[in-house]
Design a protein around this ligand. Structure first.
Ligand code: ATP
Ligand code: MG
Length: 296
């Protein structure tokens, strides 16, 4: 169970200790978790640019990188003749799909990013949530979709609390940048697919990160006119999902933001990974252009 320091608790009217809303002064020593959407890691120009940004950011903060691989996995599935099925941004995963997910994520994309980071001067270590029980999961329960139907996602994991992931804190203490592909294992040793936003949110909570940055291909969360929403509350995010303005992958992302904030992560920024200057994200406060800040 994630411990919340007393300083982050407040007394309710009945005298009970409760978690405070996120108004705390972030601890500058606590890490930043950066999630990269797979589409930022497909072509060499993007990969080089993102790697240079990460290397710059890693000079200012302890940094854990989590990456997805959505579109590249889709392409590999299509090449293998395996149909793709997603609900509210979550991939329905059977055994054949899982094999593809593991090889594309943990093999091709993770290695490509680690190599680019090395070239950019950072000290990356590539791993998956399976290493040293960094991410322990259990089979996700059948989910109720936004549309109201029940779906069994198959070989998909929901992260469970397993204490602070010691491998990550050891790597951070040594000045390394862990680069985590979004897979987890059950206590019995079964590999499961985990949505990258869900996994990043989980690690941000376990590490009590001062900030979770989710970098993708859109300029943050867009309203129904296609404009960036600069500031979004958890309640506002729920409304965007209800009305359908946020759909597909954005549903999983906003759910992940809500979970991170509820568990004490300082703030969440959803940014366009092609525009944002990664190097400033350790210190930046207030609205940033083309970026959505999600708060409680
Ligand atoms: N209101 C919205 N604002 C922005 N994007 C939205 C919105 N509603 C739906 N989306 C979709 O959500 C997508 C982002 O989620 P998606 O899962 O596709 O990518 P990702 O999470 O960045 O990458 P990966 O799944 O590889 O980790 C956007 O590309 C966009 O199509
Ligand atoms: Mg996604």
């Amino acid at each position: 169970m994630t411990r919340v320091p007393k300083s982050r608790m407040r007394r309710s009217a009945t005298g009970r200790l409760r978690r405070s809303p996120v108004t705390r002064t972030p601890d500058p020593r606590s890490p930043i978790v950066l999630k990269l959407g797979g589409e930022l890691l497909e072509n060499p120009t993007d990969v080089r640019r993102v790697a240079a940004g990460i290397a710059a950011l890693a000079k200012h903060a302890a940094l854990v990188v989590v990456h997805g691989g959505g579109r590249e996995i889709d392409a590999a599935l299509a090449a293998a003749g395996i149909p793709k099925q997603q609900v509210d941004g979550l991939r329905v995963t059977d055994a054949r799909t899982l094999d593809v997910v593991v090889s594309v994520l943990a093999g091709a994309i993770n290695t490509r990013l680690v190599a680019a980071l090395r070239g950019a001067g950072a000290r990356p270590v590539g791993l998956t949530g399976a290493d040293a029980a960094v991410v322990t999961v259990r089979r996700a329960a059948p989910m109720t979709t936004v549309a109201g139907s029940k779906v069994d996602l198959g070989l998909v994991g929901s992260p469970v609390n397993n204490g602070t992931p010691r491998l990550l804190t050891d790597l951070l203490a040594g000045g390394y940048v862990p680069v985590v592909a979004c897979l987890g294992t059950t206590r019995r040793g079964e590999v499961l697919n985990v949505n990258a936003d869900t996994l990043a949110s989980h690690l941000a909570a376990e590490l009590q990160a001062r900030r979770l940055v989710i970098a993708g291909g859109t300029s943050g969360v867009l309203d129904d006119q296609g404009h960036t929403i600069e500031q979004l509350s958890v309640a506002g995010a729920a409304k965007l999902i209800r009305t359908g303005t946020a759909n597909k992958g954005m549903v999983a992302k906003l759910e992940a933001c809500r979970a991170a904030l509820r568990k004490g992560v300082g703030d969440v920024l959803i940014a366009n990974g092609r525009d944002v200057q990664f190097g400033i994200l350790a210190e930046a406060t207030g609205p940033l252009p083309g970026c959505t800040q999600v708060t409680r």
